[in-house]
Ligand binder design. Structure first.
Ligand code: SF4
Length: 765
């Protein structure tokens, strides 16, 4: 493209970079500006940072929703639309008027430039109106009707392998790597492309991570006095801090920081590398590989699922989803035809999906070629990998591939089926430095440790588990929150319930939330009925316990107990521990000898180490607050069955006097599941522990915590999942199977323990 003096070029970032390079090669000094469409449109009207804060503070919007509102209020005029969403946008727009700014200087400056736009597949109608106002010239690539071949592959792996060897062919022919582009890339290709291209020594700029995941950013977010340096990431962080200096609310500020950091990409690009670009960005002399030419992937189909629906877009004159889809379709066809050097590929399946060829080929009418050959002359390591895959297929499915013989004859020394997954001990110094000389243990991290030390290492030390709040977790948290307030004086159910629900809900989620509201009211009423049997009048909710367990470094054992009921009685403080459960939970104590399922013992341990003096635990229980199924019983009403599901499950102290204080119905308990008396004493279903057994359990817990701490600080993180009976109790729900490559001989077989003899004395009545 010939760059004309005195022009503003509105182009996507990739093109901007290339044009700047071209400009730097010219001898003449030219007055030329480059901007993206968004940058130009924003100068015509934008909201200052205060507007974002205003929405988050006054409307309690989350960052992302506040951004959506700011994006959309620019589309409405100050008038009545008789449409709730649009009228609400108008209302907010008026409130935010004081934060609205126009870059007058830029608008004046525009008069001195000729404006050109280039390289966009689609420009929305709002931006188009603005561009029209400033007499923009729309440059189109020269239209052509080049014919291309489409290559079909069984799967993504063969598709990417073919592309890699084709790129190596081009490089061998002397083509500059900077002229090779990948089009239509999606994250689904990341892993395979990264691996296969690496093995072929092809440098490619795949997706760029954000600064959020960097050490500097994480330290800045977690350490109050963290000092930033003068590097790229620190400077980006400082610019975000400066933008939001005026915000006093620390929670909102933090949410904004996190989201902004996630949007800032790392400045990490290889100089000479294959680039990912859009179709419209490919230039005449470049070589493009259009990958994933699959139906439903290209052309992109826009659905009517934006914040503003098609109906609302119609009212305010924006393009509707089907119009965008149709425009993109025709620009995609014309772009494909206009690119001179292009290889088009598609796959028939990926790990999770089956695919067909894009329906665009009904218009393009290109030939389809199958069975294209990979060129074996570029990578020994890749050929070895192919051989491994072929041997696998032969052994498992008797699938004898054409290339197996060829590869086997050339690479007999392949280390097929040999690997070591052994954990190699890390140094203590490194671990302590990584932990910053501070270790925090809890019931769940200890449980993970005793299930499998390596799983603990990945989960709690390396923190590979990304916390994602699913709807189920959200509901669980909502129930816990309301129940922590429900028995306090002046409790207002609706106020507390609604104050928690601040996220945007789908229609389905809204339906469940409303249904579960009644369920929660029922739970609270039932618990109140249970309280009527008790003399325990004091309670602590969501109380945090922290026990010092310092060793070679600082160690804290912490835990939160959902509910601790207590009462002074004859010089003692009687305690009852209750933990709300939303899923299934095994409360059986038999495996505590192995350090497993120790939730109740851990709570016993924590509560006896808390601030309550002279504590005597009368019971420790789980209470299941979300029940998926109620077993039918013709003798009982549905309500009665539901009330029974809410009875406490767990262990009670074998002391009738104390029990009677907590539950005056204990002989046929209305509060504790299976607790009852017969003429011969307590029924065999009652779960009771003597005072001595409780003490033993306390000591066992103490020992297990100390042992876990010592092994962790000694860097013992072997892969050691446990099997009890026929049950692998460690790996079933483990997310790290793909990392540990667990082998049968890693499994430790533990004897099945069926009673609590290890605590001494008789267990049940
Ligand atoms: S899958 Fe099993 S062996 Fe592997 S880390 Fe998880 S628990 Fe340990």
């Amino acid at each position: 493209m010939k760059l004309i003096n005195g022009s503003l070029y509105i182009v996507p970032n990739n093109i901007r970079r290339d044009l700047l390079l071209e400009l730097s090669k010219e001898n003449e000094l030219k007055n030329i500006k480059f901007m993206s469409i968004k940058e130009v449109v924003d100068r015509f009207g934008y909201y200052e940072e205060d507007a974002l804060y205003y929405l988050m503070k006054n409307y309690k919007y989350k960052y992302k929703n506040a951004k959506i509102i700011l994006e959309n209020i620019r589309y409405v005029d100050n008038k009545k639309y008789d449409n709730n969403k649009l009228d609400n946008l108008v209302k907010i727009k008026n409130e935010l008027d004081k934060f609205y700014k126009v870059d007058e200087l830029f608008l004046k400056e525009l008069n001195h430039y000729s404006v050109y736009v280039y390289g966009y597949d689609y420009i929305d109608s709002y931006s188009r109106n603005i561009l029209d106002k400033i007499n923009t010239n729309y440059l189109k690539p020269e239209s052509n009707d080049y014919k291309h071949t489409i290559y079909e592959f069984e799967d993504m792996f063969s598709e990417v392998s073919f592309i890699a060897s084709s790129i190596r062919d081009l490089l061998d022919q002397g083509i500059d790597i900077n002229k090779i582009k990948i089009v239509n890339y999606s994250d689904e290709y990341y892993f395979i492309m990264n691996t296969v291209f690496n093995m072929h020594n092809i440098t490619i700029n795949l997706k760029n991570e954000s600064i959020y995941s960097t050490n500097i950013c994480q330290k800045f977010l977690s350490e109050k006095d963290y000092e930033l340096g003068n590097d790229y990431i620190s400077n980006k962080i400082i610019s975000v801090i400066n933008k939001y200096l005026f915000i006093e609310d620390e929670d909102i500020k933090r949410e904004i920081y996190i989201n902004e950091f996630k949007n800032i990409k790392l400045d990490k690009k290889y100089e000479n590398a294959v680039e990912l670009v859009n179709l419209s960005e490919v230039k005449e002399d470049e070589y493009a590989f259009l990958i994933g030419f699959n139906d439903g992937v290209i052309p992109r189909i826009y659905k009517d699922e934006d914040y503003l629906s098609d109906k609302e877009k119609e009212i305010i004159g924006l393009d509707k989803s089907y119009e965008i889809t149709s425009e993109l379709r025709s620009s995609t066809v014309s772009n494909i035809k206009s690119i001179k050097n292009m290889v088009i590929t598609y796959k028939l399946k990926s790990t999770f999906n089956d695919y067909g060829i894009s329906n665009l080929n009904e218009e393009l009418g290109y030939d389809i070629e199958t069975g294209s050959k990979y060129n074996y002359s570029y990578s020994n390591s890749f050929n070895n990998l192919l051989l491994g895959i072929d041997i696998d297929n032969y052994i498992k499915y008797l699938d004898y591939s054409d290339e197996l013989e060829l590869l086997f004859n050339n690479y007999k020394s392949t280390n097929y089926n040999t690997f070591s997954n052994e954990y190699k001990k890390i140094s203590k110094d490194k671990l302590y430095e990584y932990l910053k000389n501070k270790l925090t243990l809890s019931y769940s991290s200890m449980d993970t440790f005793y299930k499998c030390k390596f799983r603990y290492y990945l989960n709690s030390i390396l923190k590979l588990d990304k916390y994602e709040e699913t709807f189920a977790i959200y509901i669980g948290n909502l129930f816990h929150y309301v129940l922590s307030k429900a028995f306090e004086p002046g409790f207002d159910f609706d106020k507390e319930y609604n104050s928690y629900i601040e996220r945007d809900l789908t229609i389905k989620e809204e339906f469940f939330i409303n249904k579960l509201k009644d369920e929660l009211v029922f739970i609270i009423d039932t618990i109140k009925k249970q309280y009527s049997h008790s003399n325990f009048k004091n309670a602590l909710y969501e109380n945090k316990f922290s026990i010092n367990k310092d060793s070679s470094i600082k160690v804290d054992f912490i835990g939160y107990i959902d509910k601790l009921l207590y009462e002074e009685y004859n010089g003692k403080t009687l305690l009852v521990i209750i933990d709300y459960k939303t899923g299934t939970q095994d409360f059986n104590l038999c495996n505590s000898i192995y350090g497993l399922n120790m939730q109740l013992p851990v709570y016993l341990y924590l509560s006896k180490n808390g601030d309550i003096k002279n504590a005597e635990v009368v019971g420790m229980y789980l209470q299941k607050i979300l029940n998926n199924e109620i077993k039918k019983d013709p003798k009982k009403t549905y309500t009665r069955l539901k009330e029974e599901q809410l009875k406490l499950t767990g262990y009670s102290l074998y002391d009738e006097e104390y029990l009677n204080e907590f539950d005056d119905s204990y002989e046929h308990s209305e509060v504790i599941k299976s607790l009852s008396k017969t003429k011969d004493g307590f029924s065999s279903y009652s779960k009771l522990l003597t005072k001595e057994q409780m003490d033993e359990l306390y000591k066992l817990t103490d020992k297990k915590i100390d042992n876990a701490r010592d092994e962790i600080l000694d860097c013992n993180f072997d892969i050691d999942p446990k099997r009890i009976g026929f049950n692998n109790v460690s790996c079933t729900y483990c997310k790290y199977k793909d990392i540990c490559f667990m082998k049968e001989d890693n499994i430790k077989i533990l004897d099945e323990v069926k009673d609590l003899d290890f605590l001494g004395g008789d267990t049940n009545a």
